[in-house]
Write a protein that binds this ligand. Structure first.
Ligand code: MYR
Length: 131
């Protein structure tokens, strides 16, 4: 289950990924230490998410398979949806500014929540632990 309070533990290739996304160095340095916390609450095919970081606090609701809008902390707007494939959440989002695809997955492995990202051939991971 994805349900619970998750806190960022470590990143893999996240700076490279952000660079590919076009985020400048100062913002990348800050974002690498954003103290991201996410609370996930799944009820059937609906998710309620609470996101807290050094940058902002927001709450998001989505339904699997239903397109919604999401803005990154730097204001980049995305539109897309999550689906469930086995134990894995798979997200496909398009940037509104250039139409390009950002894919992401979430999976719980042991006591960790692993979120992976891909944009234009660059992969990254952010790994969370329960708190
Ligand atoms: C959620 O499920 O938490 C809300 C929807 C998330 C959409 C995809 C998020 C991609 C975030 C990429 C971070 C990129 C920083 C450059």
């Amino acid at each position: 289950t994805f349900n619970g309070n998750w806190k960022i533990d470590r990143n893999e290739d996240y700076e490279k990924f952000m660079e590919k996304m076009g985020i400048n160095m100062v913002k990348r340095k800050l974002a690498a230490h954003d103290n991201l916390k996410v609370t996930l609450e799944q009820t059937g095919d609906k998710f309620h998410i609470k996101e807290t970081s050094a940058f902002r606090t927001l709450e998001i609701d989505f339904t699997l398979g239903v397109t919604f809008e999401y803005s990154l902390a730097d204001g980049t707007e995305l539109s897309g949806s999550w689906t469930m494939e086995g134990d894995m959440l798979k997200g496909a989002f398009n940037r509104k500014d250039n139409g390009k695809l950002l894919t992401t997955t979430r999976i719980v492995q042991g006591d960790e929540l692993i979120q992976s990202y891909n944009y234009e051939g660059v992969d990254a991971k952010r790994i969370f632990k329960k708190y």
